[in-house]
Design a protein around this ligand. Structure first.
Ligand code: MG
Length: 387
């Protein structure tokens, strides 16, 4: 396989780098994309033998070009339009979509339009524009393979596509599992950034603390596996050993388990339908206690709100995602409290009267812009998502 990595310097991109180092004979790299971490991207480009690297921050690309002028290495591209052109023109079979947030939508769409297999780690893409993304994939005959650990688990359990009656997404419960709303009033950014089981970027880590991450994953599962919301359940499982389950029509239930290590779902997407070796240690089962519980939807309202927005359909999930991205960024900047994140998203959705259908990318961009501006006006922050 020959790939492009979107979000190469982020957490999932680094897992892909680690997989590449173990399988350089099976994986070739055409291009790498990052926002602004120029030196690391240049280093990775050389180590992975990339033909080109692209920084969506054009200034970062310019500075890097000056710095490495005359040195052998990949071609350096800068800015969004050059990046999108590079993805469209890539000599690649696969694209790993691992950018954070709504920003990942345009390059992912570009890859799907070209019929490339998209290994999808960027759940916001499917939340904000699920109908459009799946339509585009179908039209181009492009395949989407999930990288999100829960959806990778379901993908692996489904195997040859036997009929099932329920998808059960597991949820660690995040760092604040078991706390009451009252106890969450004054939690700090540092506390929210401490995830018990997974090491991830800041946006998804905050989403895991609010359980919005699981809400986004419910919407993601709806689009990926083309099922109605009433067959998607969420169960809290604090140990994150079972990554998710599928209950087939005869009641037989398959679970995919193992150490919580993002290299596994990344490599599964890269190797599918094969399996390659990986240096993840064997899981030691004796002595393990695995627990399961209902999620607390009163304390972690975003999980319920996300499901509701998904069921409403149209552009509600787009607005949900936009409001959440801006609210999470405002929390990270200490402009709003932890509980304000859910309140902001709830108020924004309540104000939304667009209802409209998702006919084109313009509809998605418009609803996204509306959501961002609404939140920015409400809390006086910039309408950008987390970096
Ligand atoms: Mg996940």
């Amino acid at each position: 396989m020959r790939m492009v990595v979107l979000g190469a310097t982020g957490s999932v991109g680094q897992s892909a780098y680690s997989v590449f180092e173990q399988h350089a004979d099976r994986v070739a790299v055409d291009g790498l994309v990052a926002r602004q971490d120029a030196e690391r991207l240049w280093e990775m480009g050389i180590r992975m033998g990339a033909r080109w690297i692209a920084l969506t921050d054009a200034d970062a690309a310019r500075r890097l070009s000056q710095k490495v002028a005359g040195k052998p290495g990949p071609e350096i591209l800068g800015g969004w339009s050059e990046t999108l052109d590079a993805v469209r023109g890539a000599d690649a079979t696969h694209v790993l979509a691992a950018m954070s947030g709504f920003a990942g939508l345009a390059p992912t769409m570009a890859a799907l339009e070209r019929g490339m297999t998209v290994m999808l780690a960027n759940k916001e893409t499917l939340v904000a524009a699920g109908d459009l993304v799946t339509r585009t994939a179908d039209r181009a005959g492009a395949r989407i393979i999930p990288v999100d650990s829960e959806h990778s688990a379901i993908f692996q359990c489904l195997g040859s596509g036997e009929p099932f009656r329920r998808i059960i997404l597991t949820c660690s419960g995040g760092p604040f599992r078991g706390r009451t709303r009252n106890e969450l009033q004054h939690v700090t950014v540092e506390e929210a950034l401490k995830h018990p089981n997974w090491s991830m970027g800041p946006k998804i880590t905050i989403d895991s603390a609010t359980l919005m991450n699981k809400g986004l994953e419910v919407i993601e599962a709806h689009h990926l596996f083309r099922v109605s919301y009433d067959v998607i359940d969420v169960v809290v499982h604090p140990q994150s050993v079972i990554h998710s389950m599928v209950e087939f029509v005869d009641g037989a239930t398959m679970a995919q388990c193992g150490f919580p290590d993002m290299r596994v779902p990344v490599q599964v997407a890269m190797s599918w339908p094969e399996r390659w070796p990986l240096d993840v240690p064997a899981f030691l089962w004796p002595g393990q206690q695995l627990e399961f519980a209902e999620p607390d939807l009163d304390t972690f309202r975003l999980l319920a709100l996300a499901r509701q927005a998904g069921e409403q359909g149209g552009l509600y999930p787009t607005v949900l995602n936009a409001a959440n991205e801006v609210a999470v960024q405002a929390f990270l900047e200490r402009r709003i409290s932890f509980l304000d994140i859910a309140q902001t998203v709830e108020d924004t959705l309540a104000d939304y009267a667009g209802v409209g259908t998702m006919a084109s990318l313009d509809d998605v961009l418009e609803a996204d812009r509306w959501g961002r501006q609404r939140v920015a006006a409400r809390i006086g922050t910039s309408a950008k998502g987390p970096k």
